[in-house]
Write a protein that binds this ligand. Structure first.
Ligand SMILES: [Zn+2]
Ligand SMILES: [Zn+2]
Length: 104
């Protein structure tokens, strides 16, 4: 699950017994019924959280930030769905922290 605001990975949290998805930008979402079940089956999120938190450790490359025009961004790849799906490449602007993704 990705944040519709900034493209970061949403982090699941328990809030008063309910599963709520949070993003580092402040966006939050409480998935209802079926959607919640589907998320549990397809995406175990624990491993991905660590990657996000270590973003500053990731390599940088020359790519243009759509938001501020800066041309260096951190990048990393993640397997987002099944193992047979292509990896998704993520970028985070070095300057303004804008995050976006690109399908390989
Ligand atoms: Zn966000
Ligand atoms: Zn930027």
């Amino acid at each position: 699950m990705f944040c519709p605001e900034c493209g970061s990975i949403l982090r699941p949290k328990d809030k008063g017994g309910k599963k709520v998805l949070f993003c580092s930008c402040g966006y939050s979402k409480a998935p209802a019924g079926e959607a919640n079940t589907a998320i549990k089956e397809t995406v175990p999120p624990k491993k991905k959280i660590e990657v996000i938190e270590n973003i500053e450790m990731n390599p940088k490359m020359r790519t243009r930030c759509e938001k501020c025009g800066h041309d260096v961004a951190y990048f990393w790849t993640q397997q987002t769905r099944g193992a047979d799906e292509p990896e998704t490449r993520f970028f985070k602007c070095e300057k303004c922290s804008y995050t976006w993704r690109e399908y390989a």
